[in-house]
Design a binder for this molecule. Structure first.
Ligand code: DSN
Length: 417
């Protein structure tokens, strides 16, 4: 942060400085968050924020887009190379607008689509009744098997054959297991539907070879850019060439105006980082860390949905301790320096406002350089806080250990000086 902001707007400068300290001194364990590199943040905070670039490279409505074109073309080429995609649109403002654009491209109001139920791990835009997806379109939700807590692809196939959706969405926000993108594509092809893979949570793992890829077979793939992919807040739609025009038209002018060129620059930088060999190590370490953390939590008596994880995410089931304890648990963990979010568990007997689970993940801890030994410690600390939820003294003791650990794995050392 510059001295100028501190001088000209101390209120905002101090909130930013305080959040920097919060990010440095706590264990950030919300699985959809990460630490973007300082290069990514520099590009995102650049003068490109001042530009309007409606249209696409080489076909803009306003003048002065010579350098915006360089940035957007680089982001497109890097995205295609990283994932082996035929076409990339890097303009969506974030995941929800990107999914809205895909709906616009392929559906008309009232058309039927299938999506993963929110309460079983899907996203709001996969058909929640309070979201545009559930309000404008006719949704056929699929969930997880109550016993195994895993997706049942035979059930997805049965529903698809019976309801003949025009679009099937795969992907999740709170599912700790791999998604079988290939099986979803096969089902979509069988019933004549478009398959949209929302790989937002796992795109960094896909890029690093730590999760099966939805490419090259999937019709359309959407990803946010700020989760495991470690870029700025934004999104991309990648698709087969035959859908390129439809997708581009649905993003601009269909659902958006000018792209955020500063974000596109940050995305381009993040994609370059993800193309470097070290990113593969990062992605595999994220999964190894999640597995080690899941093991430690289980060993200390904490129940996990599906019994563990094979991606970056773990869903803690607090029902054995009491129904609806998620928020209370997340608050207790925050007091101990561990930042998580409360979440429903599949077939939660409580409400989304008072859910019975806590969702955690390892992308940010792994960016700090933490490995399995640290995960074992963190698992033990978290289990003790969860078992003694109202114990403020215990929370303070764990917080001291968390702060000492954070000091051993510094982040953003050059910032805020
Ligand atoms: N809010 C995101 C998450 O936390 O998973 C999804 O958009």
């Amino acid at each position: 942060m510059t001295a100028k902001l501190k001088q000209h707007d101390p209120e905002i400068a101090s909130a930013i400085a305080n959040d920097l300290k919060r990010q440095q001194r706590n264990l950030l364990m919300i699985p959809s968050e990460n630490y973007a590199s300082e290069d990514v943040m520099e590009a995102t905070g650049s003068v490109l924020a001042n530009k309007y670039s409606e249209g696409y490279p080489g076909k803009r409505y306003y003048q002065g887009n010579e350098f915006a074109d360089v940035v957007e073309n680089a982001a497109i080429e890097r995205a295609k190379r990283l994932f082996g995609a035929e076409h990339a649109n890097v303009q969506p403002y974030s995941g929800s607008p990107a999914n809205a654009a895909v709906f616009l491209a392929f559906l008309r109001p009232g058309d039927t689509f299938m999506g993963f139920e929110l309460k079983c791990g899907g996203h709001l835009t996969h058909g929640s009744p309070v979201n545009f997806s559930g309000l404008i379109y006719s949704v056929v939700p699929y969930g997880v098997d109550e016993k195994t807590e895993r997706l049942d692809m035979e059930e997805v196939r049965r529903l698809a054959r019976e309801r003949k959706p025009k679009l099937i969405i795969s992907g999740s926000t709170a599912y700790p297991r791999q998604i079988d993108f290939k099986a979803f594509q096969e089902i979509a092809e069988e019933v004549g539907a478009i398959h949209l893979a929302d790989m937002s949570h796992v795109s960094g793992l896909v890029a690093g070879g730590a999760h099966p890829s939805p490419f090259p077979f999937t019709d359309v793939v959407m990803t946010t850019t700020h989760k495991t992919l470690r870029g700025p807040r934004g999104a991309m739609i990648l698709c087969k060439e035959k859908y390129a025009k439809q997708i581009d038209k649905a993003v601009f002018p269909g659902s958006q105006g000018g792209p955020h060129d500063h974000t596109t620059a940050g995305i381009a930088v993040a994609l370059k980082e993800a193309l470097e060999p070290g990113f593969r190590d990062y992605a595999h370490q994220v999964v190894a860390n999640a597995k080690a953390l899941a093991h430690a939590l289980t060993e200390h008596g904490i129940r996990l949905v599906t019994g563990g994880t094979d991606n970056h995410l773990i869903l803690i089931d607090l029902r054995p301790m009491g129904i609806g304890l998620g928020k209370q648990a997340a608050v207790a963990l925050e007091a101990a320096g561990v930042i998580t979010n409360c979440n429903t568990v599949p077939y939660d007997p409580s409400t989304p406002f008072k859910p019975s689970g806590v969702r955690i993940g390892t992308p940010s801890l792994t960016t700090r350089g933490m490995k399995e030994p640290e995960m074992r410690m963190i698992g033990e600390w978290m289990a003790s806080v969860l078992k003694g939820m109202g114990d403020a003294q215990l929370q303070a003791q764990v917080r001291a250990k968390v702060e000492a650990l954070c000091e051993r794995f510094p982040i953003y050392e050059g910032l805020g000086k």
